[in-house]
Every structure is written in structure tokens, then in C-alpha cells.
Design a protein around this ligand. Structure first.
Ligand code: CLF
Ligand code: SF4
Length: 297
């Protein structure tokens, strides 16, 4: 699977469980939930829960300060030797919480330099963050891109918070799309590997995502991860309440096949929680709650 890659890229992906399907059998990741705020609203999100751009909606993660996050990361690294990657993926948008996110990255890049750092974002604040991300030696960034057309975007994002104002509708979607695409181009120019996540929403963007895949690939995205919308009415999201359904397994696979062409598709995503710990699909977070970490010290 990794044979066609250059040495430099192979080095970056071979022990990252999300970027290499092979690696996910052997290497673990952990998330620290340091980022509570968000700068946009997605119709598949209920703010009480984790960011559904990267995570399974409907779970609440334990919010940590940067200091607690650093302690937890070190405790996990000492106990799970396969843990190679530390990601920040919520519970809101990491780049909408720049102080907390970058303080965590800064300390970890100094105090635990062997751990790869990874971040996932909706992309609105990405262009302004690229310089800072590259300073902390971050090789992996995920952008959730659900559309490249503001008409479709307006059906997914009711508003964004931009330059101290709330902006709605197509105008909001257009700004978000432009920021995502600009951020993608800037990251690629810096040699940072970009994964694009897309949430497949039947009847909204399902027919459009093959085009999204084509465009992000042409701009140099490394991997595309099409994830199914999970919209349960009890999660209280707009889509859940409106009875919007998610795709079935066949529909998801058909779209992933359609996008695949020569784009690398991720097919082993487990939609992890914002405080997940362990191999993908396994969650050992309960072993590393704050009170248990204090006992380990
Ligand atoms: Fe975390 Fe995401 Fe980094 Fe992986 S998860 S920030 S890229 S280290 Fe991975 Fe989990 Fe899927 Fe995300 S399986 S939800 S793709
Ligand atoms: Fe929710 Fe994440 Fe969307 Fe923000 S980016 S509204 S946290 S799903």
C-alpha cells in the first residue's frame, strides 16, 4: 500500500493509524479534548457533544486544560508504547481555540518530540493558522470539506462566525469554502499532509462529493475520508430533528468507490471521540481519566 510513496511521505504515514490502513493494526492514536468553542454551525452538530466533523456525534468528552492534556499524553505514552500520534479534534474546532490548541502543541513538541501531532478542523480559521502549525512540526492536518458549492453549503451550514459577526446562508458558505480551499493550498505548499473528511448527507451533498474529491486531489490532498452522516433524533441536531437520514453501508461504499479513481480513500475510519485513546476502534480512555493519571504520577 505504501510502495509508491516517496521516502519522505512514507516516513510521515507509516506509523500514523489514520493515514495508513496497514499502520492502524499496530499503531495507536489518542485525542485530547482541549478545544471547546466552535466558529461555525453545522446542521449535523449539537454543541453539547463532540465535533461531528471528525467524531461520532452524541458523545461528550472530558474537557482538559493544555496542562492536563500534556500530563495525560505523557501518561498514555508511558503505558501504551504503540501510541504514535496525538490529535486534537474537538470537542469544538481546534483552530477556534488557538491559545489552548497551540499551547498544547507547543508543549508537546518540546516535551515529547517523538509523538506526531495531528489536528482536524472545519477550515474557517485555517489560513491564519498554517504558519503556527508548521512551527510545531505538525505533519498531518484534516480539513472537513463537505462541498465546494455555496448553494449546497447553505443547506449544511446555517451560519459562520467571521470577523466578529454572524454571517448566514450562501454568503457564509462561500467564505467557509474559500477559507478551506485556501488553507488546503497553503498546507500542501508547506509539505504538510492533508486529509479531507467529508460527511455524506443523502439528498444534500452525496451527488456532489465526487467533484469535491476531484478538486481536493488536484490541489494535492493526500487522502479522502468520506464518512456517513449519523443523525439520530435523540442527538438533537437539526438534521436529526428534521428526519434527515444517513447513508446505508452500500451507498457509502458506492460513493467511496466512485471517488477512489487514483485518489487514496480512507476506509478504516472509526469516527473516534474527541478524547479517544488506543488503536482505532478501541477506546481505552477510561484507563486514563484525570484522577487515574494523578495516581500514576
Ligand atoms: Fe485523530 Fe483525526 Fe488525526 Fe486520526 S482520528 S485527528 S486524523 S489522529 Fe482517524 Fe478517528 Fe477517523 Fe479521525 S479514525 S475519526 S480519521
Ligand atoms: Fe459542530 Fe464541529 Fe461543525 Fe463546529 S465544526 S459546528 S463543533 S460539527
Amino acid at each position: 500500500q505504501l510502495d509508491h510513496l516517496t521516502d519522505e511521505i512514507r516516513e510521515k504515514v507509516q506509523n500514523h493509524p489514520c493515514y495508513s490502513e496497514d499502520a492502524h493494526h499496530y499503531f495507536a492514536r489518542m485525542h485530547v479534548a482541549v478545544a471547546p468553542a466552535c466558529n461555525i454551525q453545522c446542521h449535523y452538530c449539537n454543541r453539547k457533544y463532540d465535533c461531528a466533523n471528525e467524531s461520532r456525534p452524541g458523545v461528550v468528552s472530558e474537557l482538559l486544560t493544555p496542562d492536563q492534556a500534556v500530563k495525560k499524553t505523557k501518561a498514555v505514552a508511558a503505558n501504551i508504547p504503540q501510541m504514535t500520534v496525538l490529535g486534537i479534534a474537538g470537542p469544538g474546532d481546534p483552530l477556534a481555540n488557538p491559545e489552548r490548541t497551540f499551547e498544547t502543541f507547543r508543549r508537546l513538541s518540546e516535551e515529547a518530540p517523538d509523538i506526531k501531532l495531528c489536528v482536524s478542523t472545519n477550515g474557517l480559521a485555517l489560513p491564519d493558522a498554517v504558519e503556527e502549525l508548521s512551527k510545531h512540526n505538525i505533519d498531518h492536518v484534516t480539513i472537513t470539506i463537505n462541498c465546494v458549492d455555496p448553494e449546497i453549503g447553505a443547506k449544511i451550514y446555517p451560519w459562520i462566525f467571521w470577523e466578529n459577526r454572524r454571517i448566514k446562508g450562501k454568503k457564509a458558505a462561500k467564505i467557509l469554502i474559500e477559507q478551506q480551499q485556501k488553507g488546503l493550498e497553503m498546507l500542501v505548499a508547506k509539505g504538510i499532509l492533508v486529509k479531507v473528511n467529508s460527511v455524506m448527507i443523502p439528498g444534500v451533498n452525496d451527488k456532489h462529493l465526487a467533484e469535491v474529491s476531484r478538486i481536493v486531489k488536484s490541489k494535492g490532498a493526500f487522502l479522502h475520508n468520506v464518512m456517513p452522516l449519523i443523525a439520530e433524533a435523540e442527538h438533537g441536531t437539526f438534521y436529526g430533528v428534521m428526519g434527515q437520514r444517513g447513508p446505508n453501508a452500500q451507498e457509502l461504499q458506492d460513493l467511496q468507490d466512485e471517488c477512489s479513481g487514483d485518489m487514496n480513500m480512507m476506509r478504516h475510519c472509526r469516527q473516534c471521540r474527541a478524547d479517544a485513546v488506543g488503536l482505532l476502534g478501541e477506546d481505552r480512555g477510561d484507563e486514563f481519566t484525570l484522577d487515574k493519571i494523578e495516581d500514576m504520577e
